[in-house]
Design a protein around this ligand. Structure first.
Ligand code: C2E
Ligand code: CA
Ligand code: CA
Ligand code: CA
Length: 279
């Protein structure tokens, strides 16, 4: 048994070692990815629940790794957050989203607000406000064409700094939405503190709509609450007609999900914008 214990221990430390090595490897490769231009943004349309018009987009990062192919964000964003690389990646994302919007506009497209994910670690770094102002100015883009998605955790952190930064950003005209709403903290106190535009109902509540009456109850409650507080609601991860019909009946405002479109590269999104709506 003693032998066995030692083997297990060795096995365990070996696993830890492998894991740490993997993380380091990704971190190093990610640093190069930034320089080599292996990162890109895909855009997923957000549509009006009734008209199916495109009223926004979420920018989602993609990493085209030279030999691993497409690496999903869940595989590298957490590592970027831990290593501090998220600062640079976050800057790149903001810059790229604004540059792309200004470019679409210059090409005569009728643009929509593009939402960018801001991670908690990125939010804690100073200068987010200054950067946003600088980038918008640089590309002469209307601040209302940029939306920042923050999580409940960030919104909840009611430090003076967070409050001041979110107030400054909304005073500038940038839109704010709460991502993955319903999965984070239970306190709803923060909702009245900021000028929030949208609640994004997390896809975990949408997945089993029309099968799970508890999820239906939660979704109905979130829509009702948002309505009385003056926020818009968007449902994430909508994949079926049934889910769409349910959300329409319950007066959810907007839909994002594979039913309408997966996240697509910039040139494909431009085509969708040109059409204006999705059938
Ligand atoms: P998220 O912000 O909740 O983004 C929504 C995720 O749901 C995206 O995954 C999207 O592709 C996926 N999705 C959209 N519609 C459907 C659907 O109908 N069904 C299903 N099953 N999934 C759907 P993705 O692109 O893999 O991103 C995963 C997460 O990575 C994001 O979750 C976000 O937390 C993070 N992320 C992505 N891009 C960025 C970024 O630029 N910066 C930061 N900080 N985080 C990012
Ligand atoms: Ca998001
Ligand atoms: Ca989300
Ligand atoms: Ca998420």
């Amino acid at each position: 048994a003693k032998e066995n214990g030692r083997n297990n221990f060795q096995f365990f430390t070996q696993q830890l070692h492998d894991k740490a090595k993997q993380v380091l490897e990704i971190e190093n490769e990610l640093r190069q990815a930034l320089v080599r231009g292996e990162l890109s943004l895909y855009y997923q349309p957000q549509v009006d629940v009734d008209s199916h018009e495109i009223i926004g987009a979420e920018a989602l990062i993609r990493w085209h790794h030279p030999n691993k192919g497409l690496v999903p964000p869940d595989k590298f964003i957490p590592i970027a957050e831990e290593s501090g690389l998220i600062g640079e990646i976050g800057d790149w994302v903001l810059h790229e989203a604004v540059r792309q919007s200004a470019n679409w506009k210059a090409n005569g497209l009728c643009i929509v607000p593009v939402a960018v994910n801001i991670s908690a670690a990125q939010f804690r770094l100073d200068a987010l406000y200054r950067k946003v102002v600088g980038i918008l100015r640089n590309y002469k883009l209307d601040p209302a064409m940029l939306e920042l998605e923050i999580t409940e955790g960030v919104a909840m952190e009611s430090s003076e700094r967070t409050i001041a930064m979110l107030e400054q950003l909304s005073a500038l005209g940038v839109k704010l939405s709460i991502d993955d709403f319903g999965t984070g903290y239970s306190s709803l106190n923060y909702l009245k503190r900021y000028k929030i535009d949208k609640l994004k109902i997390d896809q975990s509540f949408i997945r089993d709509l029309c099968r799970d009456s508890e999820d239906e109850g939660i979704v109905i409650a979130i829509i009702g609450m948002a309505r009385s507080l003056g926020f818009k609601t968007i449902a994430e991860g909508v994949e079926t007609r049934d889910q769409l019909e349910f959300l329409k009946r319950k007066q959810c405002d907007e839909i994002q999900g594979y039913l309408f479109s997966k996240p697509v590269p910039a040139d494909e999104f431009a085509e969708l914008l040109r059409a204006g709506k999705i059938e």
